[in-house]
Design a protein around this ligand. Structure first.
Ligand code: SF4
Ligand code: SF4
Length: 212
């Protein structure tokens, strides 16, 4: 089989340099159309609700520590196996589990959101922060303290009061109200029901250009 890398050119195309004319036509057309590139970092993208960005451990305003109860559901649900938790329980009756170590290797994370979906107390979340690149690997292995600090930074920049902030992905999809633990019964807008969460080509069919 003969592989032809270049299409054959006719003598007219050779004389008039048809490709240059085609290229210039395209350049002129693009000159007057709306630009599709964004001048990042001067121009920031609009973050949609439910965006899965930097991890954070929600700080409990009562204790000042994380809300995590050490149930290990997030670590078990994580497909990347990038969550490590170590905890202990004090001997006094009624005492809650203390989290000694909570680590997430964000370089292995696939940002599926399963951890925040399964967490019964909304302790681990994926915030809307997307700018956290680094030159060193250790800074992206988040410890409990770093995860709490991530939450503090995110909470400080929220437009709404932190108590009213709801991320639609905190609520597991496809479960009825009575099957959810109390902290998961969140007032999520119907547009965030499972049926409306479409991705890829289907997304374009469901959204007008103004919404994009
Ligand atoms: S988002 Fe997914 S991959 Fe990342 S830590 Fe959570 S469960 Fe694991
Ligand atoms: S699922 Fe939530 S409460 Fe359970 S260990 Fe993970 S972060 Fe802690």
């Amino acid at each position: 089989m003969q592989i032809q890398y270049k299409p054959k050119r006719g003598w007219l195309a050779t004389i008039f340099q048809a490709e240059i004319v085609q290229g210039m036509t395209l350049t002129l057309k693009r000159l007057f159309s709306k630009p599709i590139t964004r001048q990042y970092p001067d121009e920031k993208p609009k973050i949609r609700p439910g965006f899965r960005g930097q991890h954070a451990l929600v700080r409990d305003p009562e204790t000042g520590d994380c809300k995590c109860i050490g149930c290990m559901r997030c670590a078990m649900a994580c497909p990347s196996r990038c969550i490590r938790i170590r905890s202990h329980k004090d001997k006094e009756p009624g005492s809650r589990r203390v989290i000694d170590c909570y680590r997430i290797d964000s370089l292995r994370c696939v940002y599926c959101g399963y951890c925040e979906e399964v967490c019964p107390v909304n302790a681990i979340v994926l915030t809307e922060v997307y700018e956290y690149g680094s030159y060193t690997r250790p800074s992206l292995y988040f410890t409990k303290e770093q995860l709490l600090a991530n939450w503090d930074r995110f909470a400080a920049e929220l437009d709404t009061p932190v108590e009213e902030y709801v991320n639609p992905f905190w609520r597991p999809r496809g479960l009825s109200e009575q099957d959810l633990p109390a902290p998961k019964r969140l007032p999520v807008s119907p547009e965030w029901s499972g049926e409306q969460q479409v991705v890829g080509r289907k997304w374009r069919q469901h959204h007008t250009p103004e919404q994009s």
